[in-house]
Structure formats: structure tokens, C-alpha cells
Write a protein that binds this ligand. Structure first.
Ligand code: 13P
Length: 247
């Protein structure tokens, strides 16, 4: 059985008081059988970890592949692990677009995460241009191949995948069930071709891109969708709770 996961990517939002109030509300949500992950801004990680109960995990939105050194402004996987972080988002499309992160750099980040026993939540997804040209499957599977497929089967099985079509992020335009299921199925069979069916079937593949309280139930009913990586709708406790309850 693969894990059902609902993850909130808060991006660069909320001041401390807002973030803390939201976190306390989310931490009080009880739901069996669904793993809840929260990815707040970096300064909030430690205080949240200190107050989190065991039903919620607090992760980081990004980290740098080197362990330590003269890299002003960066935070390493090693440092994050030392404060109890167990999940890091790697390869979000905003990191790829605004900070020019490449598949090769992301491969290094994946290696660094795994070296420190941190679970990568690896993001993939195509732009509208790529989809309109009919190249979305090739593009997404190539992202996985270039950043993840060097891993041993054992290491790969520690990763979580998030499919986030760029055209659906923050646009209010969600992938249809058919579009989401088709890509998730493609990703799973691509993993299966490389690592075998048992690993493909136990990999959690999350959907991200305008996932909200109105569409989560339908999206999560797709056979190959194992949960969501939620942006905007994770910034309101009631919406986020409805998404968790959609399972
Ligand atoms: P939205 O849910 O705001 O579209 O963001 C999705 C996302 O980028 C999550 O990582």
C-alpha cells in the first residue's frame, strides 16, 4: 500500500504570527491514514518542529547540495537534518524558473538529501507550451530520468514524486482528472520500466496545481494520484482540512 499524503507548500507567504496561528490550527487536525507535511519558510521550521505533534511533519522548500562552507545565504541538507527535518521539496518549478535550477543540479540535491536521510519531494511538470506541442510526457519523464534514475532502487524507493503542471500552478486552472491520471500513470509505468513494478506501485505520486477543497476529492479518486502538494489552498486551515478530508 502506498502512502496517502497531503502536503502544504506555503512558499514565501505569511509573517510569523500568521504562520504560527495557521500551523497550530493545522496541527490540531486529526485524520487517520493520511500523512500531513507542511513546508513553511525556513525561519519557521525549527519552532514548528518543536511544537509539532507526531501526526504532522515539517519540511523545507529548498536546500543546497553542499554540506557546509562559504555559500552565503544557503542552507544545507545537513543543517536541516540537524534540526530534525525529514522532508525537502526539490525541483519546484519556481526554483527551476526563477533560480535556474537544472536537472543536473537537482540530481546533486537529491543525492545530498538521501545522504542525510531526508526524503526528497521531487517536483516535475511541464509548461503550457510543452503541453500544447504534445511533448509533456517526454518532458516530465526526462526530468525524472536526469535527476533520479541514477539512484539505486533502495534510494529511489525513499523518494516522493509531485507532478505539478506549471500551467496549473497558482492559476486556478486545475488539470482534469483525465490529464492528472494520464500523467501519473505515465510516471508510474516509467518508474516501473526502470525499477520494476513493486517499487513503481509503492511510490507516492502527488498532484499539485490549484488543488483545492472543491477538486481534491475528484483528483484523489484517480487510481494513480496519491495525494496533493498544495500551494494557495494550504494557507487557510479550513481549506487545507477539507483537502485532507477529501481522502
Ligand atoms: P497552487 O496550489 O497555489 O497552484 O500551488 C501549487 C504548488 O506550486 C505547490 O507546490
Amino acid at each position: 500500500m502506498r502512502k496517502k499524503i497531503v502536503a502544504g507548500n506555503w512558499k514565501m507567504n505569511l509573517n510569523w504570527d500568521e504562520a504560527n496561528a495557521l500551523f497550530q490550527e493545522i496541527a490540531a487536525i486529526k485524520k487517520e491514514g493520511v500523512e500531513v507535511l507542511i513546508f513553511p519558510s525556513t525561519p519557521y521550521i525549527q519552532p514548528f518542529i518543536d511544537t509539532a505533534n507526531r501526526t504532522i511533519s515539517v519540511g523545507a522548500q529548498n536546500a543546497y547540495a553542499k554540506d557546509s562552507g562559504a555559500y552565503t545565504g544557503e542552507t544545507s541538507f545537513q543543517q536541516l537534518k540537524s534540526i530534525g527535518v525529514n522532508h525537502v521539496i526539490i525541483g519546484h518549478s519556481e526554483r527551476r524558473a526563477y533560480f535556474n535550477e537544472t536537472n543536473v543540479q537537482l540530481r546533486e540535491k537529491v543525492d545530498a538529501a538521501l545522504m542525510h536521510s531526508i526524503t526528497p519531494v521531487f517536483c516535475c511538470g511541464e509548461s503550457l507550451d510543452i503541453r500544447e506541442a504534445g511533448n509533456e510526457k517526454h518532458f516530465v519523464t526526462n526530468q525524472l530520468k536526469e535527476s533520479l534514475f541514477h539512484l539505486s532502487a533502495e534510494d529511489f524507493s525513499k523518494c516522493i514524486i509531485a507532478y505539478e503542471p506549471i500551467w496549473a500552478i497558482g492559476t486556478g486552472k486545475t488539470a482534469t482528472n483525465e490529464q492528472a491520471e494520464e500523467m501519473h500513470q505515465t510516471i508510474r509505468s516509467f518508474i516501473g520500466d526502470h525499477y520494476g513494478e513493486p517499487i513503481a506501485n509503492s511510490t507516492s505520486i502527488l498532484y499539485g496545481g490549484s488543488c483545492n477543497e472543491n477538486n481534491a476529492k475528484e483528483l484523489f479518486s484517480c487510481y494513480n494520484v496519491d495525494g496533493g502538494l498544495v500551494g494557495g489552498a494550504s494557507l487557510k486551515a479550513s481549506s487545507f482540512k477539507s483537502i485532507i478530508d477529501a481522502f
